[in-house]
Design a protein around this ligand. Structure first.
Ligand code: MG
Length: 266
């Protein structure tokens, strides 16, 4: 009898809790990225010896006021999107392992390897720092890249995380897939061989190239500005290099040294 009495009450409570969960996150309309160029590469981990790509490193990038915090995403064999740089984690190939197998091994700060869902939800508690999601090319099966891109976009939509997002990838098929699925999304290409004009013609939002690419093809900087292709560069850590890209007025500079970059742009 008691069970029958409590079931509707429990259902009501669950509905209520679920309905309230959105209020933990800031309304997208309040989104206004910090007006600086600083993108923390794999979060802000170095100074405080945090694990790269941990939620703690994302929270530190947010605390510093970075305009963006970058992180890398792979998919497990059972279709979980997880945040990690390498295609391997704890000696296992991520796309050949289940999430449960990976989750047995903690990060150095005690965190479980973050799911993309947990990472996005952590990032959506604020409105100053963009979530820069790198979709890694599929490791064992290259054909799976487009599927991973689709799954990542679906999750972003389900969480209503679009206003926080930037996407990057070395895999041009992934870049194009995300741009096709979300024509308004901020999507940038990482690999470095495409000119700003090519990128513009493909309807892609930006380029995010290794710093040597821009030093070799300096004219691409002006070309990108002319074509209104967004400019980001990775991974700039030395003071002289940081100064070079600040002077060239890049939209974003991705760095392992966000504290130093903040000092330089003061
Ligand atoms: Mg990355």
């Amino acid at each position: 009898m008691k069970i029958y009495f409590w079931l509707p009450a429990a259902a009501l409570l669950i509905t209520f809790a679920d309905g309230c969960s959105g209020s933990k996150h800031v309304k997208p309309s309040a989104m206004s990225f910090a007006p600086n160029v600083v993108v923390a590469h794999r979060g802000a981990w170095k100074k405080n010896n945090l694990p790269e790509n941990s939620i703690a490193s994302l929270q530190e990038a947010i605390r510093l006021g970075c305009t963006g915090s970058e992180f890398d995403v792979h998919m497990t064999i059972d279709d979980s999107l997880v945040v990690n740089h390498d295609a391997h984690y704890a000696g296992k190939v991520i796309d050949q392992s289940t999430y449960a197998e990976l989750a047995k091994h903690k990060l150095s700060n005690g965190e479980t390897i973050p799911t993309l869902r947990a990472y996005l939800l952590a990032g959506m508690k604020q409105t100053k720092t963009a979530l820069v999601l790198e979709i890694k090319p599929a490791f064992s099966n290259k054909e799976r890249g487009a599927y991973i891109a689709e799954k990542a976009v679906q999750l972003v939509r389900a969480l209503k995380a679009e206003p926080w997002m930037m996407y990057i990838s070395f895999d041009y098929n992934i870049v194009k897939k995300v741009s096709d699925l979300e024509p308004k999304a901020r999507v940038a290409y990482l690999n470095g061989e495409k000119s700003p004009v090519d990128i513009k013609n493909d309807g892609v939002w930006g380029i995010d190239y290794h710093m040597d690419v821009f030093k070799k093809n300096e004219s691409w900087i002006a070309d990108a500005k002319k074509e209104k292709v967004n400019l980001n560069v990775w991974t700039v850590n030395k003071e002289e290099d940081l100064k070079w890209f600040i002077e060239k007025k890049f939209d974003y500079i991705t760095t392992n040294e966000p504290e130093l970059l903040f000092e330089l742009i003061k």
